[in-house]
Design a protein around this ligand. Sequence first.
Ligand code: A3D
Length: 321
Amino acid sequence: MSRKKIALIGGGQIGGVLAQLAAMRQLGDVILFDIVEDLPQGKTLDIAEASAIDKFDVSVKGTNDYKDISGSDLVIITAGLPRKPGMSRDDLLSVNAKIMKSVAEGVREYAPNAIIIIISNPLDAMVTLFKKVSGFPANRVMGQAGVLDSSRFASFIAWELGVSVKDVSAPVLGGHGDTMVPLVRYASVNGLPVMELLERKYNDAAKAREVMTAMVERTKQAGGEVVKLLKTGSAFYSPASAAIQMAEAILRDEKRVLMVCALLEGEFGVNGYYVGVPAILGANGVEKVVEVSLNAEEKALMDNSVNAVTTLVADMERLGF
Ligand code: A3D
């Protein structure tokens, strides 16, 4: 079996960590593209020079030429500006849409059969734009947000309960913005409902609700919390880990059920929009959106989040994209 090829478009903070993780996990040969001359070549040379220590023999190279992504099986896109303190993800819309359009044209020309994972913000709009410009089928175009948002929620729960984060599952659905929907009812510690564990910890249902509300709010604001601390740029280790988990599920045909920004065609009552939902990821990309029932409160939160996505997409269309 020949090695897989992974193209990373954007060689900034996330792109660099993606290249290192992809190499260390031997997911395939890595090509890192950026428009800044020498930057991707320098980062990949640095990573490749650790291959004798980390024992990987995949190739890791940098380029400023789209031709070099030819034959890629998977493309992960981080090209675009990150947030600065005080900015919302949506503030990045016009500048990143212009970048995403050029990226989609490059990928369409040189990697027409690849599966695409987008990370650039504002995420839901950038995935929509890539799909539109590339004309690729929906199963091959998706966004990373839910894996990270769910990991943040799971981390907060594990820290609160003093249990291993390996046992915590805490899905977050919806758009990748302040309206995202952490699904408290489905959060569990190895199948045991988190709310019940919290109630037992505090022996007080009201206090348990208060603690959960704080964790839900922290999850929604978690990206901003990191931006505020870093002052220049946004989170990059955890978004890279999240996208690598998706990449691995696809390249190794794992059929994992992960939270994915996927095109909905009737699922969850939504038609024609990219929204974060559970989906099966395998060799064909998004193989199936997995529906679960939402109660009235969850449905109202999801509708609110979908509304934020439709508004964002309308704003982008008004800008001419
Ligand atoms: P940064 O370190 O600035 O890297 C972006 C890279 O894109 C830079 O190296 C640029 O040179 C490059 N670039 C700019 N224009 C182009 C172009 N036309 N073609 C190719 N490359 C180009 O940012 P980052 O890596 O920290 O973040 C990248 C993106 O991910 C930003 O839009 C962030 O907002 C977003 N982000 C998303 C999440 C999600 O969970 C969805 C989390 C964190 C950051």
